[in-house]
Design a protein around this ligand. Structure first.
Ligand code: TXA
Ligand code: MG
Length: 351
């Protein structure tokens, strides 16, 4: 299949959105920007479209898709009920980087929900995303537009790397703003439970509720034994570059020393080495490549650059990757969850 690649801007915007909406209505797949990451969209009410999404991504079929709506009024047909907690959350954070899990209505096919009786819904704030959903006139099922297992795409070029030839169209709306996927909150339970950390942090939810729960799979900890994450996608290997990553935790000076020592050993063994560093420390490392995520004092910058950096490691052919860590304050909780998965939970504590 030939994938049409369109810059969706300026005077081209209207025509490109109309064409993309037509493709979606006819059951095809269109990748489009959202404020979090690029999504791979299909008609969420059409089982055949959802199947195509799983195929294009190489995604396990028990991993449900998020339905994207352009207006709050689209929600009621998709869900069995709208709990009070959902109304409060929607009023506070929609449109925006938050996904809510509801009991599904009969309208939503099991092909879209991976066989679950619940459905995840998000009202994005990105203008192109909302205009596209509105023009298509249906809720758009959209997982992140990467091949299953790879880092989520924050640029249209990332989508092209993974899905060229496998989908009908890529709408290039420039680089996304946030760069991490949405926060997922289950509102079918009391108290509401965070299933995946994202830009909307636990601290931001606390003023709204007396209690907020967090699913173990959302933390940076490796799920043990037969623990089953409530968001099925959280159990899969994800975000990992081809090279092996280890996260270093501890005092700044000790981390730098230990990374330099381990990188030197790896170099001697003939591996291409790389460090995932920050602006504050990047000059201190002696690996073959050093990528900076940004300033530690700017968590949003770190989050924004994370997936792009993980992809760059593959471009440069990094075989041994040594990464700094970021604690668990605010947005860093989400960053560390992604980094831990990328590293397969390999960590080294240093003092
Ligand atoms: O920011 C985002 O959420 C992006 C953009 C495109 O909107 N989308 C995204 O989708 O990250 P995806 O498919 O890569 O991740 C969706 C996650 C998966 O972990 C999936 O298991 C979980 O949402 N999920 C979907 N439906 C669910 C449900 N009914 N119950 C629990 N988890 C669900
Ligand atoms: Mg994904």
């Amino acid at each position: 299949m030939k994938t049409e690649y369109v810059k969706c801007e300026g005077s081209e915007k209207e025509a490109c959105l109309l064409k993309a909406a037509e493709i979606l209505k006819e059951g095809g797949l269109v990748a489009f920007p959202t404020e979090t990451v690029y999504g791979l969209g299909g008609n969420g009410l059409n089982p055949a479209s959802s199947k195509k999404i799983y195929e294009a991504k190489g995604r396990p079929s028990d991993n449900p898709l998020i339905l994207h709506i352009s207006d709050f009024s689209m929600l009621k047909d998709l869900v069995a009920e709208i709990p009070k907690s959902a109304v409060l959350l929607a009023e506070t954070f929609w449109p925006g980087p938050m996904t809510l899990v509801f009991k599904k209505s009969a309208l939503v096919p099991y092909e879209t929900t991976g066989g679950l009786d619940t459905v995840a819904v998000r009202l994005p704030s990105n203008e192109i995303a909302r205009a596209l959903i509105k023009k298509a006139g249906v809720p758009i099922a959209a997982p992140s537009a990467n091949s299953s297992g790879r880092p989520s795409p924050t640029k249209a070029s990332h989508v092209r790397e993974d899905l060229d030839g496998k989908i009908d169209m890529i709408l290039d709306g420039g680089e996304v703003g946030i760069g991490l996927e949405s926060t997922i909150i289950d509102v079918t339970v009391e108290p509401p439970m965070i299933l995946r950390h994202g830009y909307i942090t636990k601290e931001m939810l606390q003023p709204l509720f007396s209690e907020v729960a967090v699913d173990l799979a959302a933390t940076g900890e490796k799920p043990k034994g037969d623990f089953k994450p409530k968001a099925p996608g959280m159990k899969y290997k994800h975000y990992a570059p081809k090279g092996n990553i280890i996260l270093y935790e501890g005092e700044r000076a000790a981390v730098i020393r230990e990374i330099n020592r381990d990188a030197e050993l790896a170099k001697k063994e003939g591996f291409v080495t790389a460090v995932l560093a920050t602006e504050e420390s990047k000059e201190e490392y002696k690996a073959d490549y050093v990528l900076s995520l940004g300033k530690r004092t700017e968590p949003e910058e770190i989050a924004h650059n994370l997936f792009d950096s993980l992809r760059k490691f593959d471009e440069i052919g990094a075989e041994r990757i040594f990464s700094e860590s970021f604690g668990s304050d605010g947005l860093f909780e989400a960053v560390m969850n992604r980094l831990n998965k990328a590293a397969g939970y390999q960590r080294k504590k240093v003092n």
